[in-house]
Each structure stands twice: as C-alpha cells, then as structure tokens.
Design a protein around this ligand. Structure first.
Ligand code: FBP
Length: 349
C-alpha cells in the first residue's frame, strides 16, 4: 500500500506493536488531539470570513494581548482533551496554572502540554501558524492528586511531541521516540495521511533564521554567532541565506526539511532580566525532541534543551535548533567566550 494511504492511527498502532507495554490509550490521546486540530484548521482556513480575527481584549499570563483564534484553539483543545479519558492534567501557554482534568471525566496517566496557536503575530495576515504539543506520563502515583512536579519534567521524559501546521496544507509532524513522521490532511477524506516518512534534517544547512532586529539587545557572543552565519568561513564558502517567518512552527518546519538553524537567542530588551522568549515546556522541549529524532540538535546555546530541568510552568529559554553542524558551531562560539570570561557554561540556565 503506498505510504500516502497510511493514516496516523494505523501508523501509531504499527509503532505501538513495537513497544510491549502499549495499551492503545496513547492512540486515543492522539485521535482526540487530531480531532481538535481538524476543528482549529477549519476555523483558521475561514478566518477572514468569520469573526475570529483580532483581539479578545484580554491579556494572557505571558503579558501578551490574546487573539480570538488563540482563545478559540485553547478552548477547543481543553474541551476535547478533558474528555479523552487518558489525561490527568494539561498545561497551556494561555493558562497561568496547570489544568487538572475534572474528576467528572475519566482520567489517565498522560499529561499534555501545548501552545494552542503558535505564531499569533501572524494570525491576521494569513501566514502559517500552528499548534505545538508535548506528551508526558505523570510521575506521582495515580491515586494521588497530580502535582506541578508532574508537569515540570525535562524534555528527555517526553513520550511524544509534535505540531500541527496550518498553512498551504494542514500537516501533523510528530515523534514518539522512533523517528519523525509528517502527515498531510486530505480534506476530501478528512484524514491525515503519511506524506513525509522518517524525516531527517540535513547534517549542515544553507539557511539561518533569527529576528535580527534585536541586534542592539544581544551580547557580543550572540552577535558573533549570527555574524558567523552571514560569513563565508564555512565548508560551502558562502553565506547562509536568511529566512524568518516569525512563527516558530513554520520556521522550524522549514529547518526540519531543508536544514540550517533557527535561533531565538537571549536578549537584553529587559536589562534587569535578560532571557529568551520561547517557552521551555510548550515550545523548546517538543521542538528539541523532534530535531534530535530527525538527526539534528537543540541547545540553549551550549546546554542540550532536552536536559534542562524546568522549575516553572512558563519558563523561557534561548533556543538554537536545527542541523547538527550549525548548532555545534553556535556552542563552539559561546563556549569560547565563556572560557575567555573564565566562566563555565554561564549561559546554560
Ligand atoms: P506565540 O505566538 O505562541 O506567543 O509564540 C511565540 C512566537 O510567535 C513564535 O512563534 C515566534 O518564533 C516568535 O514568537 C516570534 O517572536 P518575534 O516577533 O520576537 O520575532
């Protein structure tokens, strides 16, 4: 059977047969997540025709004005996943606190952490946006109340991660630790069908992606990193091309397929609190698992994103993700400066 006729459920079941302790509950989780994404995709596709563009008037826990579609996507995912019967708790980029599944619903051992609509600055201008998700298993015993500790797990603890991309077509890209697979929604049959089997990131890329308008807020090492990608001192002897969409899902998707590097460095826009923008749990960790499963790397400049122990739900980190050669080059430059400053890994957390 041509691979483009393989559905996500069939693909999940096939991979589940490889793991003896599989129960089918993971597939149920995915099926409900996919239904939520189909509903969001339908709304995104007709965004200009229905009243879902613009702001709700509220401000979220990140201090950002909430977009109507962001709120819509958040509500759809929480509504669907509370009823999935396999989760005990969730965390959303839009909600300050963790979301415990009410006990009126059947619960399970899984935890879903998600960014309901990534790339919110692009929603109203019809540029690719997406939903990013990370799946964990609770650590505390099932009969006890689920705790924040169950949410604050390092990337290496993820049992699954991925994103839905709402663009020229709607895609699902995911991993359960056995490689990375891309599926495209065929609206005529309403199914995500396998379109990109076993995705591998090219070892070295030709593209770098960063918002250079923050140059004045970067420290010297970061400026040297970005300058390196504009230089010719690389095996190709040519500068990398610059591409920046401003939606992490879209910039990451291009990096996954074409190679290169996506960077969101730490910056000093807030001199008292230099930091990255992207969230560790619902953005950096899932993208790191995908990148590593596709043969790439993901760091905060020097430290592996997957090994960073989270200490708060909406913790932010610098992110450098993509082709192995390019991400290693970044670490090399940061380490050189760290050693010059006599500091060891100043930058990791
Ligand atoms: P949200 O849209 O989910 O808040 O995500 C943050 C984000 O939009 C990323 O998708 C993107 O990579 C980044 O912020 C763009 O930030 P900036 O406008 O500072 O370049």
């Amino acid at each position: 059977m041509a691979y483009s006729q393989v559905t996500v459920t069939e693909h999940l079941l096939y991979h589940q047969q490889q793991s003896p302790q599989a129960t089918g509950r993971f597939t149920n989780l995915f099926n409900d997540l996919i239904l939520a994404a189909k509903i969001i995709s339908r709304e995104v596709n007709k965004a200009g025709l229905v009243d879902v563009l613009g702001f709700t008037g509220d401000v979220n826990v990140q201090g950002e004005r909430v977009k109507k579609l962001d709120e819509y996507a958040n509500d759809i995912i929480i509504h669907r996943m509370e009823r999935a019967g396999v989760l005990c708790a969730m965390a959303s980029e839009e909600n300050a606190e963790m979301i415990v599944v009410p006990d009126k619903f059947k619960r399970g051992e899984y935890i879903l952490i998600f960014d309901p609509l990534d790339g919110s600055s692009n929603i109203d201008v019809n540029v690719n946006i997406g939903t990013i998700f990370s799946i964990l298993r609770r650590k505390s015993p099932a009969m006890q109340d689920v705790t924040l500790g169950d949410m604050l797990q390092a990337g290496v603890e993820q049992v699954g991660a991925g994103y839905f991309l709402y663009g020229t077509s709607t895609m699902l890209v995911y991993t359960t630790g056995q490689g990375v697979y891309g599926f495209t929604l065929d609206p005529s049959v309403g199914e995500f069908l396998l379109s990109h089997p076993d995705i591998r990131i090219p070892e070295q890329g030709k593209i770098y992606s960063v918002n250079e308008s923050y140059w004045n807020y970067w420290d010297e090492p970061t400026r040297e990193v970005v300058s390196w990608f504009k230089g010719v001192d690389n095996p190709r002897g040519k500068p990398h091309s610059l591409r920046y969409i401003g939606s992490l899902v879209a910039d990451f998707h291009r990096t996954l397929l074409y190679g290169g590097i996506f960077m969101y460095p730490m910056d000093y826009r807030d001199p008292k609190r230099p930091r990255g923008k992207l969230r560790l749990l619902c953005e950096a960790s899932p993208m790191a698992m995908l990148a590593e499963q596709a043969g790439g790397l993901a760091t905060d400049g020097t430290k592996r994103i997957m090994e960073i122990e989270p200490h708060e739900l909406h913790q932010r980190v610098p992110l450098f993700v993509g082709s192995e050669y390019d991400v290693r080059k970044v670490s090399e430059i940061y380490r050189k400066h760290a050693q010059k400053d006599g500091a060891d890994d100043l930058r990791s957390i």
